[in-house]
Design a protein around this ligand. Structure first.
Ligand code: ATP
Ligand code: MG
Length: 441
């Protein structure tokens, strides 16, 4: 693959890593000379394992969370057979390789890594995202050897706001990935679980491994290893500071309701030592982009169009466009029905393009007919986001239509309108982005 040029834009360099559904290559953007990492996902493999939804979720989650300690997803491209995630490149290797090559970390460096891990994870949880696959291999270090980036949101999910049932397939997947060592006891027990608490458990396993050089729960017999995790049986070798021992003991608690929560970890005396307060999460300076952008890309990612370059679409969604959003707790079917009833009353023609998309056409106006696309995006088991976008027609007529007709007509299915839940900010590139004020969970 080395030297191969993708989409006349990226030249592939060396192989960085290999995962379940494809490979990750270092690559160079031939125009900007920027070095990136390209994760290639084989569509057939993904389909064979019924994981297409999960890949969509990976893209959705990664485009949703932007944080200095989380790998940035720069663009998504696809061909008939592959999906390409263009990621920020991180040059220092993953923590697993570091431990294998150099052994355990000293306590101060372990603390610095753990602080960043917790701060990034807290950001994810705040925005309703659970990683669900935190392990040494998925934590990368910058070339300075001190700054951390979380990668691989391939198992991540948006929180539905409630405890979730672990699917059998999830367990199989974890087993296949060999991540049992990081798996929380409630998952192993097959209990209902809270993704945030499972992530915290995995961070405890990571911290222990960084300090000791091997994981807390291991055994030649898989059954005994699972038993050790279930009952939380592990030992501290000599030489641990009492403070970190106390913190790990509070994290690796088998009963999730007795396990330490994020806020208490962040206030623990071992954690706070040397912490530069400015690097803690100031959520107002970071942003969580609107999930809509990724959803638009999804349709194309999952479509089998050949040689399709999604980059334009993906990026253009960050630009200002005439659209309005609202959040609904009603099902897709209920929302679409309501849109159709509204159209009938307003004498708009309504054409359903698919189960979640309706195109509305009005009377001829100042610039021809007003054509508005209504699209419903499922973001969790309970929440839908509905986007109205002007496709054709006069902008003033569109705004009037939204304000005077749509708002009153849709009020029964609306939970929150866009203006009530987002503040508009400009990011460093001057593009307008929205920052949800409310939590997903
Ligand atoms: P999945 O578990 O969803 O199959 P995966 O394990 O195939 O995912 P990743 O964990 O995202 O894929 O990547 C595999 C490896 O590639 C990582 O462990 C890391 O070594 C390397 N890698 C991934 N992303 C980057 C990046 N942005 N910069 C440098 N190296 C990376
Ligand atoms: Mg991985």
């Amino acid at each position: 693959m080395e030297g191969k040029v993708l989409f006349s834009k990226y030249e592939l360099e060396k192989l960085l890593g290999e995962g379940n559904f494809g490979k990750v290559y270092k690559a160079k953007n031939l125009t900007t000379l920027e070095i990136v990492a390209i994760k290639m996902i084989n569509k057939d493999e993904v389909k064979k394992h019924g994981m297409i939804e999960q890949v969509k979720k990976e893209i959705q989650v990664m485009s949703h969370v932007k944080h200095p300690n989380i790998i940035e997803l720069k663009e998504v491209m696809a061909t008939k057979t592959k999906i390409y995630l263009v990621l920020e490149y991180v040059g220092g290797g993953d923590l697993y390789t570091k431990i294998v090559e150099n052994g355990k970390f000293d306590e101060n460096l372990a603390r610095k890594i753990f602080q960043q891990l917790i701060i990034a994870l807290d950001f994810c949880h705040y925005h309703g995202v659970c990683h669900r696959d935190l392990k040494l291999e998925n934590v990368l270090m910058d070339s300075n050897g001190e700054d951390l980036k979380i990668c691989d949101f391939g198992l991540a999910t948006f929180l539905g706001g409630h405890e979730q049932n672990y699917d059998f397939e999830d367990v199989l997947l974890y087993t296949a990935c060999g991540a049992i060592a990081y798996m929380a006891p409630e998952i192993i027990r097959g209990d209902r679980y809270d993704g945030k608490k499972c992530d915290i458990w995995s961070c405890g396993v990571i911290l222990y491994t960084l300090l000791v050089g091997y994981p807390p729960f291991q055994d030649e017999s898989r059954t005994r290893m699972l038993w050790k995790i279930r009952v939380g049986k592990f030992d501290f070798p000599l030489g641990f500071s009492k403070e970190v021992e106390d913190l790990i003991k509070k994290i690796l608690v088998p009963n999730p309701s007795e396990r330490i929560v994020m806020l208490d970890i962040m206030q623990h005396p071992w954690f706070t030592k040397g912490l530069n307060r400015s690097c803690e999460n100031d959520y107002s300076n970071l942003f969580c982009s609107s999930p809509i952008s990724s959803f638009n890309a999804f349709d194309f990612v999952s479509s089998m169009g050949s040689g399709l370059d999604l980059s334009g679409l993906f990026e253009s969604t960050h630009k200002r466009k005439l659209s309005s959003l609202f959040v609904s707790k009603c099902s897709t079917k209920e929302v679409v029905k309501k849109v159709e009833i509204m159209a009938k009353e307003l004498k708009y023609e309504a054409r359903k393009e698919k189960e979640s998309r309706v195109v509305l056409r009005g009377e001829v106006g100042r610039r021809g007919r007003l054509v508005v696309v209504v699209e419903v995006f499922r973001v969790s088991s309970e929440v839908n986001i509905i986007e109205f976008t002007k496709r054709v027609g006069d902008s003033i007529e569109y705004l009037k239509f939204m304000e005077e007709e749509v708002r009153p007509a849709m009020k029964d299915v609306v939970w929150k309108w866009q203006g009530e839940w987002s503040i508009v900010k400009k990011n460093s590139g001057g593009n307008v982005i929205s920052f949800p004020k409310w939590k997903w969970c």
